[in-house]
Design a protein around this ligand. Structure first.
Ligand code: MSP
Length: 520
């Protein structure tokens, strides 16, 4: 049986349209999901939309529509984004679905059942940031430039809230959480975020309000319909709703929980690394294995914001550069857990040098030579030289272990560098072997060189499938690789190309982009 792997993105608020930051998170998670599938895992990949809370209620009110109407429209635009970006999610959850109401109420009841003292009725007097949907202590706030407005650490204004509510006894989980972080050293990645969380927890946790009474847009609290559940308690529960919770004996839950990876942005680590494990512990459920917090995408050196007017829609990127080019760019340019910057000029250079001139050119010139000089079929290799063996050895022996080392740690920029080392080696091999000159002088040697190159291209085609799935497939289609032979288990000599296989007339995989196309 295949090993299982469960990975999720954060679910997006439906108060605004998808932008490049959302796209980045989707692509990053998709690359991981595809990478694990290529490596033989049975993957479950979840994404979706987070539709309750005061922020969504306020946006709907400002637009003069019912919250559900706003949710339907914006949730659809996030769903469309997954199609536009070729995201391979297995499920798309909406927190307004019936299955999610059931799961959210069930986790509330499970906490009450297993730890009855952990939920108690009280009154919240304190600061709340609607933009973050988060509670903040006075000591965490700063003053805005106007000298009056108080701001949460994210820069969002906070408002004073006084209302009856249920509390969750988070304070009782300080030691349990610290012990969990000690025992599971890689629960929070990267390390800088782990340290941030640990020191926050060490400073002592306060109980948190888990219900609201001043608006209605949420999941009703079981047996107390005056309260709706705090949006983060409902939202976090989505990760188990999709596995059929509360049916913890069901196949999906048993196979996939605890999650292997929650992929989120750095702004929401407190919710995922403190609240979520505490809620799960209180409900007597298992805690996820890992939370990976990525950085933020800035545009031309600036934070994306409506007021600056530099918000990029995912579809605009695709129109300018192409889908796989966009995916490649975002994965290649941002390093593990750090913020990344997007600039048009740099994007063009990167796409042209790595994709058009690097991999694209290698495939195009090799397959064209085969098509023209070998009767349109994979040639028969003769005896292999040391150079031939060195290139094949790189492809068979070194590539996949090096990709695993980086990919399993979400270092996709380095995973791509690893693949591109083989692209560079192969291009250097073409130049040094100069197969075009061999047709007349040594046709047998030409066949061997072209065979070695075609085989290297097969391996490259498979290895890029997680980041550039359409282009990888195009490469593999041209050399007639069967669908079930497109994974890491086939990167070896036993599954090498068969001489005599007819190939398609070569078609460019990565066109060279002109500055003007992208600037439009
Ligand atoms: N609804 C919550 C998540 C609930 S998860 C149980 C939320 N939604 S969000 O729409 O604001 O953000 C969705 C994801 O996109 C988050 O992981 C967030 O960090 C990420 N990003 C939002 N802006 C971003 C960038 N500019 N760059 C990269 N990621 C960013 O938070």
């Amino acid at each position: 049986m295949k090993p299982s792997f469960y990975i999720t993105t954060a679910i997006s608020y439906v108060n605004g349209k998808p932008h490049l930051g959302h796209a980045y998170e989707q692509i990053l998670t998709d690359v991981m999901a595809r990478f694990k599938r290529l490596d033989g895992f049975d993957v479950m990949f979840l994404t979706g939309t987070d539709e309750h809370g005061q922020k969504v209620a306020k946006t709907a009110e400002a637009r003069g529509v019912e919250p559900k109407e706003l949710c339907d429209e914006i949730s659809q635009s996030f769903r469309d984004m997954t199609t536009q970006l070729n995201i391979s999610n297995d499920d798309f959850i909406r927190t307004t679905e019936g299955r999610h109401y059931d799961a959210s109420q069930a986790i509330w009841n499970a906490i009450k059942e297993h730890n009855p003292d952990d939920i108690y009725l009280g009154k919240y007097d304190g600061w709340y940031s609607v933009r973050d949907e988060g509670y903040f202590g006075e000591d965490e706030l700063t003053l805005a430039e106007d000298g009056k407005t108080k701001l949460a650490p994210s820069g969002a204004p906070v408002e004073w809230v006084e209302e009856p509510c249920y509390f969750f006894r988070l304070s009782a989980y300080t030691d349990k959480l610290l012990a969990y972080y000690e025992e599971h050293a890689d629960f929070i990645e990267p390390e800088s975020r782990r340290n941030e969380i640990k020191s926050f927890v060490k400073s002592g946790l306060q109980d948190i309000s888990i219900s609201r009474t001043t608006f209605k847009w949420g999941v009703p609290v079981p047996n107390d319909p005056d309260h709706v559940m705090y949006v983060w308690l409902d939202a976090l529960t989505n990760y188990i709703t999709a596995l059929g919770y509360p049916d913890i004996e069901g196949d999906k839950y048993k196979q996939f929980w605890p999650a292997d990876y929650h992929v989120i942005g750095k702004d929401i680590i407190r919710f995922h690394c403190i609240y979520w494990p505490a809620f799960l512990m209180a409900a007597n459920l298992t805690v996820p294995k890992k939370v990976f917090a990525h950085g933020f995408i800035n545009v031309e050196g600036q934070k994306m914001s409506k007021s600056v007017g530099n918000v990029i829609a995912p579809q605009d990127m695709i129109d300018a550069y192409g889908l796989d080019q966009t995916r490649y760019l975002l994965m290649r340019e941002v390093s593990h857990g750090n913020d990344g910057n997007f600039s048009h000029e740099h994007a063009l250079q990167r796409i042209n040098s790595d994709l058009a001139n690097g991999l694209g050119n290698l495939v195009q010139r090799t397959l064209s030579m085969i098509y023209k000089n070998c009767d349109g079929a994979i040639p028969q290799a003769g005896e292999l030289s040391d150079d031939d063996r060195a290139l094949l050895n790189h492809a068979y022996e070194k590539l996949v272990p090096a990709m695993r080392e980086e990919g399993n740690n979400v270092r996709f920029n380095r995973m791509l560098e690893t693949i591109w080392k083989l692209v560079m080696d192969a291009n250097a091999y073409v130049d040094s072997q100069a197969p075009w000159g061999l047709k007349k002088t040594d046709p047998e040697r030409m066949n061997t060189v072209l065979y070695v190159l075609a085989e290297t291209i097969r391996v490259l085609g498979i290895s890029v499938l997680s980041v550039t799935p359409e282009s990888g497939a195009k490469i593999l289609n041209q050399i007639k690789i069967a669908d079930d032979a497109r994974d890491f288990a086939h990167i070896n000599a036993e599954n090498a190309l068969k001489a005599g296989t007819a190939i398609d007339a070569p078609e460019g995989v990565f066109p060279r982009l002109e500055a003007v196309d992208a600037a439009e």
